[in-house]
Write a protein that binds this ligand. Structure first.
Ligand code: ATP
Ligand code: MG
Length: 417
């Protein structure tokens, strides 16, 4: 039996196998060991299927087709059973996930030069907040897909625990650590005792003191920032002439959120927006919304917003070029505006981290280290909020996009040999 560790992420994915004693990630995109969780279906009967950066580039290059991203976010919802039109076929979204996972498995098999039949599969602590049934459903969907692509043996491990196993290899002495894996779709926490001696133990149950998590991640920050910085330029917040009613917010919210962008491209919405333009106080803004829906520019906006968000982790201010909507159109984003837009989410993260520490039976000062991993752990406001839950801890970080997959791979060797 040959085993692998699989981190199917909301934004990025990786898969690894052991080479001797070293967990090694398979090249999944050229020589890169991380691939954006994206699939592009070219329209037409001979339409190609593209993955990762190539998928995103095809969409930006305006190939005729459909881009799918953030599919992990809808595993726990009824949308996962919906069918979406891909070329002249209607395909359930579960099948899109399956196509992507199969692609990863094939890349890893080419690298390992053997068939992979067992997998340690990462999962967030909670796919959804406070809904055990939806959590179970999401895991069941992933399990079904894993079997379908040919994994006969499968174990799920919480993503932050996997990250902890990776982090543990870098510590020289025992410590109590809060793992904060802040990803694209979820934020996951584990309080765990790690150390060189402990890492040798077969059973770590006693070291894992608590797990926690929330359905908050970078894709939510993108949506909130989008609604704050870009959608007003498309008419959000402006009024209708009649009774000074505000523009309906729903459509803007759907268009700003990665998993629902494709659902906004309907004739019904085009008709609705045409009517809204008729009655709008600022019709030129709402006309841009119509263009975005007609020309399927929603992902272009989301990508621009994400790039700006990432820039704001370093800079105080950045420009969002929107010239694909209208010549010279742009928006301005500031760190302060972004922090404000996500403030409720960062406060929730502080609370979830604090609750996880309490559940471990510890006080905030018992935490020696906070290990940040996951791309959204780079957001300064997020780090600040989580460190408030463990004010005396040392902050450290590493392998943002790789730690979970490497830890899962190490665990695959432990579980399957
Ligand atoms: N420098 C940065 N500053 C802010 N956000 C960033 C930065 N780099 C990446 N991100 C964000 O991190 C997120 C992706 O992180 P990551 O790859 O850890 O998520 P994931 O593992 O795919 O998601 P999940 O674990 O939630 O399923 C994206 O939302 C991305 O925009
Ligand atoms: Mg992740």
């Amino acid at each position: 039996m040959t085993a692998c560790g699989l981190d199917f992420g909301t934004s990025n994915s990786a898969i690894g196998v052991m080479r001797g004693d070293v967990p090694t990630l398979a090249p999944v995109e050229g020589s890169a060991t991380v691939i954006p969780s994206a699939v592009f279906f070219e329209h037409g009967s001979n339409g190609r299927v593209m993955f990762g950066s190539e998928a995103i580039a095809a969409y930006i290059g305006q190939h005729d087709g459909r881009l799918m991203r953030a599919l992990k976010s809808i595993l726990s919802t009824s949308l996962i059973d919906e069918k979406t039109a891909l070329g002249n076929r209607k395909v359930p979204l579960t099948e899109v996930v399956e196509i992507f996972v199969r692609h990863l498995k094939e890349k890893a098999e080419a690298f390992a030069e053997t068939e992979l039949t067992a997998v340690v599969h990462g999962r967030p602590v909670h796919f959804v907040d406070g809904d055990a049934a939806a959590d179970a459903k999401a895991q069941a969907v992933l399990e079904r897909i894993a079997h379908k692509v040919g994994f006969r043996d499968l174990v799920f491990v919480y993503e932050p625990i996997a990250a902890a196993y990776h982090y543990e290899r870098t510590v020289r002495a025992e410590e109590t650590v809060l793992i904060a894996d802040i990803g694209g779709g979820t934020s996951d926490f584990t309080v765990i005792r790690v150390g060189p001696q402990r890492s040798l133990q077969a059973d770590r149950t006693a070291d894992i003191l608590a797990n926690g998590g929330a359905r908050i991640g970078g894709t939510d920050f993108d949506a909130l920032f989008n609604l704050d910085a870009v959608m007003p330029i498309l008419g959000l917040g402006t009024q209708l002439i009649e009774k000074n009613l505000p523009m309906p917010r729903n459509l803007y919210s759907e268009l700003a959120a990665w998993p629902t962008i494709n659902f906004t491209y309907t004739f019904r919405n085009e008709r609705l927006v045409l009517e809204l333009i008729e009655g709008a106080r600022e019709p030129e803004k709402v006309a841009r919304l119509l263009k975005v829906i007609r020309e399927r520019l929603g992902h272009r906006i989301a990508i621009t917003v994400e790039d700006a968000k990432i820039a704001l982790s370093e800079a105080e201010k950045t420009i969002l070029p929107l010239d694909f909507i209208e010549t010279a159109l742009e928006a301005t984003g500031t760190r302060a505006g972004f922090d404000h837009a996500i403030a409720e989410k960062t406060e929730r993260l502080r609370k979830v981290a604090a609750a996880c520490i309490a559940e471990a039976g510890l006080t905030p000062s018992d935490i020696d280290t906070v290990f940040f991993t996951g791309g959204s752990g780079r957001v300064p406001a997020v780090r600040k909020a989580i460190l408030r839950a463990a004010p005396d801890a040392r902050a450290t970080e590493g392998s943002d996009f790789l730690s979970v997959a490497l830890g899962l791979t190490r665990e695959a060797q432990k579980r399957f040999g």
